[in-house]
Design a protein around this ligand. Structure first.
Ligand code: NAG
Ligand code: NAG
Ligand code: NAG
Length: 849
């Protein structure tokens, strides 16, 4: 009740404020005060009367009150972080925990709400809320909507009911959150509550955004930025992104000295397994993106293992291990909560080794001084910000001075901050500037930002250039304030040309960085870890709408029906068990598309797959080719190159051409040596087919650089040929690798191991047979699909164009085999042209639907 009153008070204040503003505006503009004043005061009175009535009692408020009391009985915090256990017991426990969610999933999916299944307090509370909602109580409507949407209190989800409640609330009093949710449901068409409709979605989002709903602002900005349901419009995008960025930076600065701190939660689920195509095959984990072993990557070791190892080293007296532990606990990361007490303990362990009786020890171990200085910087920071300790500027100064005496950047910056703001000392801007300069020279981003903003305040053109320089330096470290300053300078044209396109990207980065303020990443990740994939999906969906590429990728990945092509997981994965909410390939395609448009290459390849196999859309081989071609530019995706090679080999969507196929396979190998085995096998098969084709004078373009086969082309010659080519490959790649490690240098001498080679070839042949057999079957299936799709298209055409009907009919009748090589009359390219009826839907994010 207290919160309610507070809320009303704030609302009243806001109304009063906005009318006061309107009044002053009129005063200035018209010079006639009387009209404005009477109008304003009249309206304020009405508003006050209305809210006064509400404050007295919104109908049904008491019902909500008792419903909440009922629900409180139910509510157990369901999500909590589980620190991974170690040892046999821990592993067992983990498995048990993993098993729990799947048991929950195996319950019959709630297609229709099982009201009868509700019982006890939940049923009682629901009845009370529904009664209250009938009296148009906004709280009741809101809670009911959330329960139906998110399934709070394990209420069975019902998207249609959720939509109705949100819609009712939105039309009742224009509640921002309700408007936003209605927009979200129109945008995604989730749970079949409503027809997907991007125009309406944008309308509702814009309503909510104009009333200051932060997520809606981001969503609208994103839509204008990339052009979803509306043409691209930089000015509109920057307007909304700036609003969010302004809030973001205000929130950031409202924190302790040095700004708010939080751990980044945004990540791609798929990346945990090496990308959507798995380790090595995805752009995310191949080539230059291949995961390097470094302490912050959990590629080769979990964070728990790292901590355990460091702890051991630390106990043995390794001060660097202690320092790193302190840093890990101080900064925290996804899946590891910050722990200021432990951080402090480890930092003090380090400093105690260096400063004894407030004097540095004589002849310290090498590097101890540097490490101790860094630890001092952290301790000072903790005192300055009151993290894990009582805030105390004197102590902060003490530790910063210790660190700064050793020229440590964090300490210099901290001391500078104390002097700049007069925290516990007399304000001294000159000294602060000196300190910031020293820290900035060591490439310490926060100091660079401080220095930049000091220069910015001077305002001369030289100073602006210097400011710009420092901000750009700091932006290399992904510093949020640096991004914000750069955005502002680009937006207002300060110290540089005005540039909307640059400003919008910087604002977007700022907005997306402040995850706790604007998004539900943390909740989504927790739900996902807990195995509640549906809830995670709903939470990621919001972030995806807001424009987070990673969330778009996650949504698509969760919905992806084609996650694994391996046969074994298929056995375990019972399709029927996938909840109906997550069976939505069309939505998956939409989000792959959006993710790819933000530059995700793997998503682009995925799009190609969907068009090739007709997942969530009609089969459209041309679009598939265009996606693969886009992804293979600059040799980015080996998978795309491989697919193109495969299409050339089989004449699917592209001319059957063995020579080109080989070129693509070769490029795939160049792009990505991890793909060696599958590509080598495909090449082997291709060579065999090409040789057969040449031998039988087939009509397909064979591999050219192959020596012209003599009449008595023998298997042994052919094998030799193949091995020669192959040896060349090995020579190129492994030359430098083996040069100095292997005596003799000749690492892979195939002639020596003829027997071995034959064994390998035998195995390979078996594999090839299996692969070919499988592909043959797939191809047959695809041919069938394409044939039906083609027939359908032709029928449509028949209705429209009489002449083409005859033409197409004759062709299809006479030459059904050649279908792939004929230009498809309905081809419209990857992107529909403006004016095409599909254009509206295409810009809305999904092609062709
Ligand atoms: C609730 O609101 C709707 C539309 O705003 C109105 O038609 C209806 O009469 C209201 N019901 C009650 C009980 O006030
Ligand atoms: C929307 O209505 C609900 C329920 O009355 C309220 O809790 C929430 O704060 C409102 N949202 C906004 C943004 O006003
Ligand atoms: C329902 O659950 C969602 C997701 O966990 C949460 O964001 C929301 O605040 C909850 N609503 C209520 C009324 O508890």
């Amino acid at each position: 009740m207290k919160r309610h009153l507070l809320w009303l008070f704030l609302l009243l204040q806001a109304i009063a404020f906005s009318y006061a503003e309107a009044q002053t505006k009129q005063h200035v503009l018209a010079g006639d005060t009387t009209e404005g004043r009477t109008g304003a005061s009249f309206r304020t009175e009405v508003a006050a009367a209305q809210s006064g009535g509400q404050a007295a009692q919104e109908p049904g408020a008491d019902l909500v009150e008792s419903a909440l009391a009922e629900l409180r009985k139910l509510y157990r915090p369901f999500h909590h972080r589980i620190r991974k256990q170690h040892g046999v017991f821990g592993t067992l426990l983990q498995f048990a925990l993993k098993a729990l969610p799947s048991l929950r999933l195996s319950a019959p999916p709630p297609e229709t709400p099982h009201r009868s299944a509700l019982s006890g307090p939940l049923l009682h509370a629901t009845r009370l809320l529904e009664e209250s909602a009938r009296q148009n109580n906004s709280d009741a409507l809101y809670i009911l909507a959330e329960m139906n949407f998110y399934g709070n209190f394990s209420y069975p989800r019902n998207m249609r009911a959720a939509f109705d409640y949100y819609h009712q609330l939105a039309s009742l009093n224009g509640n921002n959150s309700a408007l936003y949710m209605v927009g979200l449901m129109y945008s995604t068409g989730i749970g079949d509550a409503v027809q997907r409709d991007q125009a309406r979605a944008l309308l509702y989002y814009t309503f909510a955004a104009n009333r200051g709903h932060t997520r809606a602002e981001m969503t609208v900005a994103h839509r204008h930025h990339v052009g979803i349901g509306t043409p691209k419009n930089c000015d509109a995008a920057v307007k909304y992104y700036k609003r969010v960025a302004d809030k973001a930076i205000a929130w950031y600065r409202s924190g302790p000295p040095g700004g708010m701190a939080w751990t980044t939660e945004a990540y791609r689920i798929a990346d945990e397994t090496g990308g959507v195509y798995g380790e090595g095959a995805s752009v995310a984990s191949a080539g230059s993106n291949a995961i390097k072993a470094h302490p912050n990557s959990d590629a080769y070791a979990s964070i728990e293992d790292i901590i355990e190892y460091l702890d051991l080293m630390s106990q043995k007296g390794d001060f660097e291990a202690s320092f790193n532990l302190g840093r890990i606990y101080y900064e925290g990361q996804r899946g590891l909560e910050k722990n200021m007490q432990l951080a402090r303990k480890y930092f003090f362990e380090v400093t105690q080794k260096y400063w004894r009786k407030s004097r540095p020890v004589d002849s310290p171990k090498p590097n101890l001084d540097k490490t101790a200085a860094k630890a001092a910087g952290y301790i000072g920071r903790m005192y300055m910000r009151g993290e894990g300790v009582e805030q105390n500027f004197d102590r902060a100064k003490f530790w910063f001075e210790r660190g700064a005496a050793l020229k440590e950047a964090r300490s210099q910056w901290g001391l500078g901050l104390l002097y700049l703001n007069g925290y516990g000392v007399k304000t001294d801007v000159i000294q602060a500037t000196e300190l910031f300069k020293m820290a900035a020279a060591q490439d310490y981003a926060p100091a660079q930002v401080q220095l930049g903003s000091l220069y910015l305040d001077q305002g001369q053109s030289d100073d602006l250039a210097a400011a710009n320089h420092y901000f750009e330096l700091a932006a290399r470290w992904a510093n949020i304030e640096a991004y914000y300053y750069l955005a502002e300078m680009n937006f207002f044209g300060v110290g540089r040309e005005r540039s909307c396109s640059a400003a919008v990207v910087y604002y977007k980065t700022v907005a997306e960085k402040v995850e706790p303020l604007v998004s539900s990443w943390a909740e989504a990740n927790l739900a996902y870890e807990d195995g509640d994939t549906e809830l995670a999906f709903l939470e990621y969906l919001g972030a995806a709408e807001q424009g987070y590429e990673k969330a778009q990728n996650n949504v698509a990945y969760i919905l992806d029906p084609d996650k694994s092509r391996l046969p074994i997981p298929k056995l375990l994965d019972h399709r029927s068990r996938v909840p109906s909410l997550l069976q939505n390939p069309t939505l998956a395609l939409i989000y792959w598309t959006r993710s790819s448009r933000q530059g995700n290459i793997d998503a682009l390849v995925k799009m190609g797959d969907y068009y090739l196999y007709g997942i969530g859309t009609d089969v459209d081989v041309d679009k598939a080719v265009q996606c693969y071609t886009g992804a293979s530019e600059y040799h980015q995706s080996a998978q795309a190159l491989y697919n193109l090679g495969w299409m050339h080999e089989h004449g699917v969507g592209l001319n059957q051409d063995y020579h080109l196929a080989k070129r693509y396979y070769d490029s795939a190998l160049e792009t990505n040596d991890e793909a060696y085995l599958p590509v080598a096998l495909s090449l082997l098969k291709l060579r065999a087919k090409s040789a057969w084709n040449t031998l039988t004078h087939g009509r397909i373009n064979s591999i050219k650089d192959e020596p012209k086969p003599k009449k008595d082309w023998s298997l042994s010659e052919w094998i030799n040929n193949f091995l020669q080519d192959d040896a060349q490959y090995y020579d190129d790649v492994y030359d430098d690798l083996y040069d100095d490690t292997m005596p003799g240098g000749d690492a892979l001498d195939f002639d020596d191991g003829i027997m071995e080679s034959f064994v390998i070839l035998g195995l390979a042949a078996t594999l090839i047979f299996l692969v070919m057999y499988r592909q043959q079957r797939q191809q047959m299936a695809r041919r069938r699909d394409e044939e039906t799709a083609r027939q359908r298209r032709q029928q449509q055409q028949q209705q429209r164009l009489q002449q083409q009907q005859q033409h197409g009919g004759v062709q299809a009748g006479a030459n059904g085999e050649d279908e792939q090589q004929q230009p498809q009359p309905q081809d419209r390219g990857l992107f529909p042209q403006p004016g095409d009826p599909d254009f509206g839907q295409w810009v809305a994010g999904g092609i062709g639907h």
